[in-house]
Write a protein that binds this ligand. Structure first.
Ligand code: PMV
Length: 323
């Protein structure tokens, strides 16, 4: 009735933006990501017949009602699957500062899916776990796996073909993360996606690019071609943000530091440093590079006005059960 699991966050190289089904959390496009080391969520779940309601503690403090309700809804899926009715106490903590603006629903729901199913007596195969984690957050489906992973959008109405899979690779990549603010993001990804879908004249164009970008990224990984992977990484992020920028009113995740970070990455590339920009539903700058150049990329991004701190992340491990 109790289990502890951990999962790492991931950054999409080919982005997910838009849903084909909001209730089942089915993505409108596939995506391809890198799971990162050193950005880990550890989650304990204990089902207990004596509890009247689900309880959630996040980073040592009781969580607010919205976060507790989101976790409770997810636990309902696990309870239904396991044929259990007990409420649970969930204790979750990140090994990175939550205020770093990197707190991710990806590591959170991957760790919760694994801990909750084990605590409920279920042992799901990785694909089943990915499908379940997707219900909590689309990006969490990818954090079930280590290293590179591809999320399939699937076509089935029940979402059973919408899961992530690991991709083998010899590429020794790094993701340099440059934190630009300690504030929480202004527009949550689910809201930003919905608004982009509903109002952006560029949304259809964004969706139309996805399959080609995924194919190019797969080819680049198979060929060990970091430059080709970097090119698709940068253009996928910029096209995603372009679709959001064209929404009415615009969804703008960039800050001044984001744009300056982008320019710094461009300048590095011009000077022969392999680095490619990416950015998610917040202003932080992320740069894909290789192991040899990661310290220099981090040093240069740290010099960008508005960058508070940087960290270098190597590919991380899959989600795993600890206890
Ligand atoms: O799954 P969510 O709700 O965390 O949305 C992820 C959205 C992006 O981070 C912007 C893109 C992605 O594929 O991770």
């Amino acid at each position: 009735m109790r289990a502890v699991a951990e999962a790492r966050t991931n950054i999409a190289l080919v982005k997910y933006w838009g849903k084909r089904d909001a209730r089942l959390n089915l993505p409108a496009v596939g995506s391809l990501s890198l799971t990162l080391d050193g950005l880990t969520t550890r989650t304990e779940v204990r089902f207990d017949a004596a509890l009247a309601a689900d309880e959630l503690a996040l980073n040592g403090a009781p969580a607010d009602a919205a976060a507790t309700a989101r976790v409770s809804k997810f636990l309902d899926l696990v309870r239904a699957r396991a044929g259990r009715a007990e409420r649970a106490r969930v204790v979750s903590a990140n090994d990175f500062p939550t205020a770093a603006g990197l707190a991710s629903s990806a590591s959170a729901f991957a760790a919760l899916a694994l801990a909750a199913t084990r605590a409920a007596g279920l042992e799901l195969a990785a694909r089943e776990l990915s499908i379940l984690a997707r219900r909590g957050s689309g990006s969490a489906a990818r954090s079930v796996f280590g290293g590179f992973a591809q999320m399939h959008k699937g076509t089935r109405a029940d979402g059973e073909d919408s899961f992530a899979e690991p991709i083998e690779s010899d590429l020794d990549v790094r993701m340099v993360v440059a934190v630009t603010t300690d504030a929480a993001k202004a527009t949550l990804s689910t809201d930003g996606m919905r608004h982009t879908m509903e109002t952006s004249p560029y949304y259809a164009a964004w969706v139309a690019l996805s399959d080609g970008d995924l194919a190019d990224a797969r080819r680049a990984i198979a060929a060990g071609d970091l430059e080709a992977l970097g090119a698709v990484t940068e253009r996928s992020a910029l096209a995603m943000h372009a679709s959001a920028l064209a929404a009415r009113p615009a969804v703008v995740y960039f800050s001044g530091a984001t744009v300056d970070g982008y320019r710094a990455v461009q300048a590095m590339r011009k000077a022969g440093v392999p680095a490619w920009f990416t950015c998610d539903a917040g202003p932080h700058v992320k740069a894909l590079t290789d192991a040899a150049h990661a310290p220099e990329v981090a040093r240069r991004l740290a010099e960008v006005p508005g960058v508070l701190r940087t960290r270098i992340a190597a590919p991380g491990a899959p989600a795993k059960v600890l206890e």
